[in-house]
Design a protein around this ligand. Structure first.
Ligand code: HEC
Ligand code: HEC
Length: 419
């Protein structure tokens, strides 16, 4: 009797929740109410509006986004005039570069992540060492292996280019230049750059750094336009919730993969919400590439973000300290050694290779990695071996392939502006 009663009760609950249609929906019958809730929470329809960024007063200013767009694609913002943000974060590759390790003026130690939907993230970089998108945008400009320019050179460029100067002043007000400006300069550059930086008085240094922060704020305003588009998975969820799933929805194998993703595969413990990330840091036992030390991950990242002069609490931020909750209350513990930011899985079929140093070339390799859950070089791997059969692993992969779609971003932002 009990055997009959439970399924009966379950069906009645589903009918109560989803109406009589539930009985006639193909494919839905396999989902429990719990599963349906979880699946709905992954849909793009569950994505809230973009959160405000109180640290950036021009975050939603259209003129700032135009300026940021121009800066983003401009190779003149680099020491060899060949590197722009778009060199590594290419629109046609969902703002990644297809390389294991990024190549700018030099080769860096990390893999280029996608920028799509990133404005929802409270932390930036694999180790979360930046707490805003505008503060993040400043680092590659001055990094030796990326753009390799500096804030003084950028001030010279922007102030001498009439188009840039007009756009800048329109957003941020008059660009008051110090009477004597060295060729280059930044506080943490090479000896030459440091020496020239130190010739400036502290008031001028502060003004130059504010100009520099403003460039980051304009770039961030542009990056906020890069939002994920509706995928086949999102259509499937919408159809299920509306009570009619059609043939273009997910195949059986893709649905089985989804079931593994939220169930036996445990992927959803970290890859959750409409962007398939919890925005947190985890150790998943991905080995460092040959010849490199394993990344300390978030353990170092949280420390660096607190010291950063461009952080939410710093003089260039537009937020009050009460608004810097993420930074002030950032979790700090030994289990963050080797923990990296959970990346989004939207558009994952288009952003190979994978992981923080591009260690894995295919999704097959990624799924096998989770299936085995090797021990970590530093601290411990939070994920446990899964014991998935070959067919299950391929279903999981099939599901991951349903998460790609053209961006929900106006075409003009996806190409370089006319210079
Ligand atoms: C040489 C290639 C290269 C260039 C040029 C470059 N980036 Fe990146 N970008 C990377 C790499 C590699 C990472 C990850 C580095 C890390 O986590 O340590 C990254 C990380 C980021 C992140 C954080 C992503 C996340 O998931 O947290 C943002 C945002 C970003 N870049 C934006 C920009 C902007 C804006 C520019 C131009 C000002 C730029 N990048 C220039 C390679 C590049
Ligand atoms: C404990 C949290 C956690 C779990 C569980 C987890 N992931 Fe991840 N995932 C991460 C983190 C963190 C990274 C980045 C790790 C790195 O780069 O070293 C990642 C990276 C990935 C990537 C590469 C993304 C990219 O852009 O490089 C894919 C694909 C992926 N995970 C899929 C899955 C699947 C499928 C499952 C379930 C079998 C799963 N993950 C389970 C946290 C998790």
């Amino acid at each position: 009797m009990k055997d009959l009663l439970l399924p009966l009760l379950a069906s009645m609950t589903l009918i109560a929740v989803f109406g009589w249609n539930y009985l006639s929906i193909p494919g839905v019958a396999d989902w429990s109410e719990e599963e349906l809730k979880l699946i709905a929470s992954l849909s793009l329809d569950a994505l809230p509006p973009l959160p405000a960024d109180p640290s950036n007063f021009v975050a939603d200013d259209p003129a700032a986004a135009e300026l940021g767009h121009r800066l983003y694609f401009d190779t003149r913002l680099s020491s060899n005039a060949q590197v722009a943000c778009a060199t590594c974060h290419k629109p046609e590759l969902m703002f990644t570069d297809g390389l294991a390790l990024a190549v700018g003026v030099g080769i860096g130690p990390m893999h280029t992540p996608s920028l799509v939907g990133l404005a929802y993230s409270p932390w930036f970089y694999w180790d979360g060492r930046k707490d805003s998108q505008w503060a993040q945008a400043l680092a590659p400009l001055e990094a030796k292996h990326e753009h390799a320019t500096d804030r003084v050179q950028l001030l010279r460029l922007i102030s001498s280019d009439t188009v840039y100067r007009d756009m800048y002043e329109n957003v941020f007000g008059p660009l008051d230049l110090p009477t004597v400006l060295p060729e280059s300069g930044m506080p943490e550059g090479d000896l030459q750059q440091q020496a020239s930086w130190n010739t400036l008085d502290s008031e001028t240094q502060s003004a130059v750094s504010r100009f520099f922060a403003n460039l980051g704020k304009a770039i961030a305003a542009y990056e906020r336009k890069l939002l994920p588009g509706r995928t086949r998975f999102d259509d499937y969820v919408a159809q299920m919730l509306a009570g009619s799933v059609d043939d273009s929805a997910l195949s059986n194998s893709e649905q089985d993969g989804l079931k593994l993703f939220i169930g036996k595969g445990q992927c959803v413990t970290c890859h959750n919400g409409p962007l398939f990330t919890n925005h947190e840091f985890h150790n998943t036992g991905v080995l460092a590439v040959d010849g490199r030390l394993p990344s300390m991950g978030r353990y170092d990242g949280v420390r660096i973000s607190r010291e950063d002069s461009f952080n939410c609490l710093g003089e260039f931020s537009d937020a009050s300290s009460a608004q810097c909750i993420e930074l002030r209350f950032a979790r700090d513990a030994n289990d963050l050694v080797g923990a990296l930011k959970t990346p989004t899985l939207r558009n994952i079929s288009l952003t190979a290779p994978y992981m923080h140093s591009g260690q894995m070339t295919s999704l097959t390799q990624v799924v096998n990695h989770y299936n085995e859950a090797p021990s970590s070089m530093l601290s411990h791997n939070e994920a446990k071996p899964l014991g998935l059969r070959v067919v299950e692993r391929s279903q999981l992969e099939d599901f991951l392939m349903t998460l790609s779609a053209p961006l929900a971003t106006e075409q003009k932002w996806l190409v370089a502006p006319d210079y």
